[in-house]
Structures are given as structure tokens and as C-alpha cells.
Design a protein around this ligand. Sequence first.
Ligand code: DAH
Length: 371
Amino acid sequence: MPYSVPKLTDFSSAALDAAAGELLFALEQESSAVSSENDWKNFRDRWMARKNGVLTQVNDLWLKAAPKDAKREVGQRVNELKAKVERSVDATLARIQGGPSSARLADERVDVTLPGIRRPLGAQHPVIKTMNEIIGVFRNLGYSVEEGPEIETDYYNFEALNFPPNHPARDTQDTLFIAGQDSKPLRDRLLLRTHTSPVQIRTMEKMKPPVRVICPGKVHRNDAPDATHSPIFHQVEGLAVDTNITFCDLKGTLDHAMKALFGSSVKTRFYPSFFPFTEPSADVQISCIFCGGTGTRDGGPCRNCKASGWIELLGCGMVDPNVYGFVDYDPKKVSGFAFGMGVERIAILKYGVDDIQLFFNGDVRFLEQFA
Ligand code: DAH
């Protein structure tokens, strides 16, 4: 028996629910039986024809017949049913034609004039940015980039760099050692590298001169964190080995690099120092970028250079001939220089940051200033 709209006598919510349920069930069934355009026209007319369509009957038999106090609710429901029937008729046509119904199109409409969702762009961390800048300066001089492991052996971190076992220079670079290695020979024991200098050795082991490399990376030390120290920081190491390389080449290279990093008015000064793997060794100082090297600022002593006019920035020297002995280079034929600088230290100066910890706390308010 096809569905026919019943007369209603009970206008309670429950009775209306039941009547609407039956009607929708019939709608569903009849819709799914539609398989041609002709079927669909019949289906549409049966449900929507002005004269005696199901909806018209619902209007007459349910709404018009409803007592006054039920009119409001019945009216609402009849409207809902009407919307559902219209959608179903639409969707049925779309189904047999194989396209989306206009109801679905309306549902999924996208307003392309609305503003889009802005995805915040990531940015380089200031330490990485500074590191890349340093690398860029040396790349332009023809250096290539080499990297090495952060977990290093005692041999590469110390011994081959001419720090003999028990040499006091080791005390300045205490670090974490991997536990439980007592049965291994000292040189094979693993530790967190204290500097990027071991990459010099690894590079010379695999390349013959001429060598010009820059070695960026993370290093570790037993240093309590404070405004200028961190147990983890970054260095960029440099190494140039060739025939006839002199201290003049070292001075010229680093003077150029400091000017490229801090501005062409910066001066450099080389101060005698000691590193086991270079002889002679020097600390490089640059003229204070805060007071222009005068030592005074705002009418008082410059705090950044302690009124000296100079800021110590990196270590360097001529590669010690002993080091060549570890990598099969002939110190009678080649010579070279090396240098190592702390990336955070340079970033602090370049950006006027007053606490190294800010680089590691991950506070976006700090970091986004460098974006
Ligand atoms: N490795 C040294 C350090 O961590 C820095 C350094 C000094 C590196 C002199 C060098 C160098 O290559 O020649 O303190």
C-alpha cells in the first residue's frame, strides 16, 4: 500500500512524532525507488504538487485541522517536513543525474571572499641564523663545510689535538663521559665533545692538503648555566692547511671575517694565548662595537668592554706540528692555521642580548624578534 496522509485527531508531541516518522519513512522509500527522470517527475508531483500533493494534504489534514493551542507546534513541524521533502526531491534528481544536489552544494558552499587562516611562518633560531652567517662568510672565501659526531672519542676530542692524558689543559674542558667504559683503552672512551676541533682531525684523516674547511656544531662542557655560560653551546671551527700558509694569512682571514660579521669599521687585535693544538696561539679581540673602541660610553666607562675598548672573541693559531703527526701530514711540507669561535657569544654581541639562557628557554616572545 502506498503511503497516504492520515487524518490526525491526536495532536500531542508523541503523536506528531509518530506521524512525521511514518511520512519520512515513506519519503525515503519512494525516493530510493526512483530510477529515471520520469519516475522522478512522478515522485516530485506526488509529494509537492500544489493540488493534492502529500505536502498539501499535510497542510490540510494536520495544520488546518489542528486545534488552536497545537497550531504553533504543528506549524513548525510541517515546515520542517516541507524542507525535508524539498531536499529529498532535489537529492533524488541529483542521484539519477549523477551530480551533487543543490542542497549539498548550498551546504558546502565556500565563501572565497572571507579572509584566510594565517599560518604563522617559522623562523630561524638566532643561534642558527648567526651560525649560517658565519658559515656564509667563510664559504665566500672558498671554505667547505664539514661536520662530525657530538659523541666523540677521547682520541679525537683530546689526544690527537695534542692534549696528552692527564695534561692540565684537559681541566679547562671538563664534560660528560659515557659511563661503564673502564675496560676500554682511554683513547676509545666516549664523551660529549667539548669543542668542534675534533672535526679538524677527522677532516685531515680523509683529505689531503689543500684543506679549507669550516666545522659548525654543538658542544658540551661542565659549566653551570649563568648569563654567559651554558653547558651546551655552539662553535664554528675553521682549518686551512696548504703549502706556505703563514700567520699573516690567519690574521688577514680573521680580520676580514670580523669585518664581514660586525661591520667594516671593526678592528682586530691578536693577543698571545695557549691551545695545545696550535703554536703559536692567539686570542682574537675586536674593537668594542658598543663604544667604537674608545672605552667610554654615555660619559662613563663602557660596560661591554670593561672600558678597555676591546672584546675577546675567539681562539686561533698555527696548527701545531705535533697534530700533523696524528694525521700523516708532513709538517716539513705543509703549514696551516685554525680557529674556533662561540656562536652564542657572537649572537649576543650582534643582537645585544644580555643573557645566553634566553637562547635556550624557548620563549617565543624572545625568539620572534629575530624572525
Ligand atoms: N677549541 C677551542 C675551544 O673550544 C677554540 C679554538 C682555539 C679552536 C684555537 C681552534 C684554535 O681551532 O686554533 O676553546
